[in-house]
Structure formats: C-alpha cells, structure tokens
Design a protein around this ligand. Structure first.
Ligand code: PLP
Length: 324
C-alpha cells in the first residue's frame, strides 16, 4: 500500500502488558531485585505504568506508579488491576517526571525504573534491534522508523544494531538509517531536527498520542544525534494523520496499534511520499503499543455500520443497500 518493496512491522502490541515497555521493565526490575530495592516505581505516560505494576506483582514487590491525570481510562484500569498504588498528578508528564526525581532522592529503597534505574531500563530496548536482525536472518534492515517520546528507545535500537556487529553475530557493518516519529502536538525533537538546532526546546504537549506526550525529553539530544549520524529523518504528524495511520495498519495488516503506532505509520507514509524512504530499502516500522488501550482516540469516528431488527428481511434489505 505504501509502495515499499520490503516492509516489516515489528509488532510489540502482543507483549504481556501490550507494549514494548515490558522489555525495559523486565531488565530494570530484575536489576532492582538484585540490588535490593524494595519498591518498584515509575513516572509514566501509561504503558510503563501497566508494565511496572504487572512486573512488580509477579516479583512480589510493592509498586507506586505516577501518571498524568488526563490518562486514557484503559491505561489506568490496566495498571490498577495489578493491585499497586496509582497516583494521578494534576499536570503533564514533565510535571510527573520532575516530582518522581524528587521522590527518588527521598526514598532510597524505591527503584524508579526510568529515573534512578534508567541506565538499566533503557538497555532493555536493545532487544528490539537484536530480534529484528535475527528475524531478518541475521542481517540489518536499511531503514527503521521509531516513535519518539523521551527518545530512549530510538537511541538503544541503534546501539543494539552496533553491538550485534561488534560481537560478530552479524558480519556486515550496520548501515541502518534510524528515523524518528513524533506527533506535531508534541514534537520537540523533530522540531530541533528540522531547524538544525543542537538542543531541544521543550514544548507543552497537546496531542491524542499521550504515550508520546513528553515535552522535555530526557534522551532527546541523543535521539537527535543518532538520527543525524545515521542519515535518518524525522516526521511529525497531526492527530488526523495519527488516526488514519491506525486505520491503515489495522485494515492492511490486522494489527490494532495504539496512538504511538498511528504516529509511526503516518510518519512512514509521509517519509515515503517525500521520498525520504526509498522504495527499494528494507524497512522496519516499530509498532510499540496496543490499540485497545487508546480506544478514546477512535471513538468519535467509529460506529456500527447499521442497527437492524433480528430478522432476515431487514438483513437482506441492508445487504442490498450496502452492495448497491
Ligand atoms: C507505546 C509507546 N511507544 C513509544 C514510546 C516512546 O518511548 P521513549 O520514551 O523511549 O522514546 C512510549 C513511551 O512511553 C510508548 O508508551
């Protein structure tokens, strides 16, 4: 449909809690246990909260997760079900993150996976590169498109490709263009890329892609650097394009992605149209979260095709109508 000869979807919608965050949390909390931390915690835009609460339940740790108060209801429900403490903060993710950094310095026994354990947490995203190379038959793709919130995942995918070459599991040196995807309503890294800036100017987020609504991204400059050094691109897409991206993926591949996935697909489409992704490249599009968690984004534009009485006459009439 997009006109790319070889396009693969790395589908992380089917992980235990429905997003790539299970990768980073399993590394961080394994390390937290080893280091003797007692409480699992995080600042989250939703998916991380789901995963920390679930992994903590399994590991027998107490959990405290902190989220912005405007989070999608499925993300709140899919966190609280695991029995930990869910604290909504009257503010955006950047406010939540700032508060968590303060709490982390007050509570030495708390493992904030993406604050004081961030170095371990981020390494978990390297598996997104390892698996892609393995699944391609131990070769690298030419181009990957990755959603950007804090920027951590993007930088570690690039690191993962380089490590595979270093340890000799892939013979050819990686030459993977790494491109970033952001929603226009929260696109501080894309904006820096477009303007040629060296630094990220924080932005107040306003987007339906709440998982990517990080206005002051911790790894933004590193993501910018990776995209520039690998010859990648950035795309920023409107909320309408995000919804169209979710529908396109669902209707062509049968994969229901959350809004971050809509951002990635819409960005890829844009990059192809702008000839920034070439049609003869092997491309991997990272779909990092499940659409069942962000149904609010589609609700206003989704309805049943028709409502009829339970009889064959009405159905026959409907069918005729639909087919004419
Ligand atoms: C589904 C999903 N995709 C992508 C991201 C962005 O990841 P990062 O913050 O590592 O850039 C997030 C962040 O929460 C997310 O939930």
């Amino acid at each position: 449909v997009l006109g790319i000869g070889e396009l693969y979807i790395k589908n992380d919608t089917l992980n235990p809690t429905g997003s790539f965050k299970d990768r980073v949390v399993s590394v961080a909390l394994s390390k937290a246990k080893e280091l003797g931390f007692k409480v699992a915690a995080c600042a989250s835009t939703g998916n991380l909260a789901n995963s920390v609460a679930a992994h903590a339940a399994w590991a027998g740790m107490e959990s405290y997760v902190f989220v912005p108060s405007n989070l999608e209801s499925a993300k709140v429900i899919a966190t609280s079900v695991y029995g930990g403490t869910v604290v909504a903060i009257d503010g955006n993710y950047d406010d939540v993150n700032r508060l968590c950094a303060e709490i982390a310095s007050e509570e030495p026994e708390w493992a904030f996976v993406n604050v004081n354990l961030r170095t371990y947490y981020s390494e978990g995203s390297k598996t997104l590169a390892y698996e892609v190379a393995e699944q391609l038959g131990w070769r690298f793709p030419d181009h990957v498109v990755v959603p950007v919130g804090s920027g951590s995942q993007l930088t570690k995918i690039n690191k993962g490709f380089n490590e595979l070459y270093k340890v000799g599991l892939v013979n050819d040196q990686p030459n993977v263009k790494v491109s970033g995807a952001q929603p226009t309503g929260c696109s501080p890294v894309a904006s820096a890329f477009f303007s040629g800036a060296e630094f990220i100017k924080p932005q107040k987020p306003s987007t339906i892609a709440k998982s990517l609504a990080i206005g002051n991204p911790a790894d933004g400059v590193y993501a910018l650097d990776v995209v520039r050094k690998t010859g990648g691109e950035f795309g920023s897409v409107s909320d309408e394009e995000v919804i169209a991206g979710i529908r396109l993926l669902a209707q062509t591949e049968g994969i229901f992605a959350e809004t971050a996935g809509g951002v990635t697909v819409a960005t890829l489409k844009k990059l192809v149209e702008e000839q920034k992704v070439s049609k003869d490249e092997t491309v991997v599009c990272y779909i990092t979260g499940n659409g069942q968690k962000t149904v609010e984004a589609l609700a206003p534009s989704s309805e049943v095709t028709a409502t009829i009485k339970p009889n064959l006459e009405q159905f026959s009439a409907l069918l005729q109508d639909l087919r004419s």
